[in-house]
Design a protein around this ligand. Structure first.
Ligand code: SAH
Length: 196
């Protein structure tokens, strides 16, 4: 399954930072994702006060939405600009502090305490640092991960979720011969082998 034309393609962290600097962020949407609205009940399972994880979070507006519902939101994003824009776009006061376990990483937390965004690579995280999650919203995350890192990403995500958690994953279906990505094409068969 891993033999597609995008297999060798790599987007570096530096290139992601540049996208943010140039405002080349067509992936960012001002409106809440319709599929999150549609499958919200699946994510929440009727429970309140959940811990929800946003891998490769950018400045996704759904983080504010879920936090306003009373859930605790944790995100990870390499671009400090993206993290700061999230808080300023929503006029949320925040504080920032170093993450002792990860050299160079910072954690930005809303003053109300319910949104914590780690500014570092997702591969620096572990459950001993961020704990485990009851739900995951994976949109623009697995599909943004370099194809060579998918296995590592999936193993990490499996490690970060509680037993009875829900993982909502959005992928993009298209002909990988026609676009180089990201977003990358991740076939259903590969999702099955990655996540079991
Ligand atoms: N999920 C967001 C953003 C999708 S774009 C949304 O729905 O809008 C992918 C994001 O991942 C970019 O903001 C990029 O800066 C960030 N990113 C790329 N590689 C990363 C990594 N290894 N660790 C953390 N963030 C990363």
């Amino acid at each position: 399954a891993d033999t597609g034309p995008q297999k060798e393609r790599v987007v570096t962290e530096e290139e992601w930072l540049q996208k943010w600097e140039m405002g080349n962020i067509g992936f960012h949407k001002e409106q809440r994702h319709p599929l999150l609205q549609k499958y919200l009940d699946v994510l929440l399972n009727g429970k309140s006060g959940l811990r929800i994880f946003f891998p490769l979070c950018g400045k996704a507006v759904e983080m504010k939405w879920l936090a306003d519902m009373g859930h605790t939101v944790v995100g990870v994003e390499v671009s400090e600009q993206a993290v700061k824009e999230f808080f300023s776009d929503h006029s949320l006061p925040y504080c920032e502090e170093p993450v002792p376990e990860i050299s160079g990483a910072k954690m930005f937390q809303s003053t109300s305490g319910n949104i914590s965004l780690y500014c570092c690579s997702i591969y620096d995280l572990s459950s001993s640092i961020v704990g485990k999650f009851d739900g995951v919203w994976d949109r623009g995350a697995l599909v943004a991960v370099n194809p060579c890192d998918r296995q590592r990403y999936a193993s990490l995500m499996i490690n970060l979720v509680e037993k009875n958690s829900s993982y909502l994953l959005v992928t993009v279906s298209y002909d990988p011969n026609k676009h180089k990505g990201p977003p990358f094409y991740v076939p259903e068969s590969e999702i099955k082998s990655l996540f079991g």
